[in-house]
Design a protein around this ligand. Structure first.
Ligand code: ZN
Length: 116
């Protein structure tokens, strides 16, 4: 029998009856500074602190401080959740008008109502 990516029939939702669940919006990004938005934007690609440090030309200690503040301000509890926020809100974080991951740029994967 082939394995499938679909959950087995009859398997209950693993979050049922708990307060946990997959990340869902809305997430408030309005408290983030421009630099924090830049860090959050890059987190979506899954970089290490060292990669972020080199990319932004700041120390790893500063990277960690930015990420800590991003988690607090967005109400997330882990770097992984922040990365998910980054992916879900790329269209709000990305400054590029021609971004292929933003709506209106011809990307079929985006089905997000414009947040303008
Ligand atoms: Zn982009």
């Amino acid at each position: 029998m082939k394995t499938s990516l679909r959950a087995r029939d009859g398997m209950p939702c693993p979050y049922q009856g708990s307060d946990d669940g997959p990340l869902e919006g809305p997430v408030d990004l309005s408290q983030l500074t421009a630099r924090e938005k830049q860090v959050l934007l890059l987190l979506g690609g899954g970089p290490s602190n060292g990669e972020l440090s080199r990319r932004l030309k700041i120390s790893e200690r500063t990277v960690k401080a930015h990420i800590s503040r991003i988690l607090i301000k967005t109400g997330q509890s882990s770097r992984l959740q922040a990365a998910m926020v980054s992916a879900l809100y790329h269209h709000q974080l990305c400054p590029s008008p021609n971004c292929r991951w933003s709506p209106g740029a011809g990307s079929p994967s985006h089905d997000v109502v414009s947040a303008a």
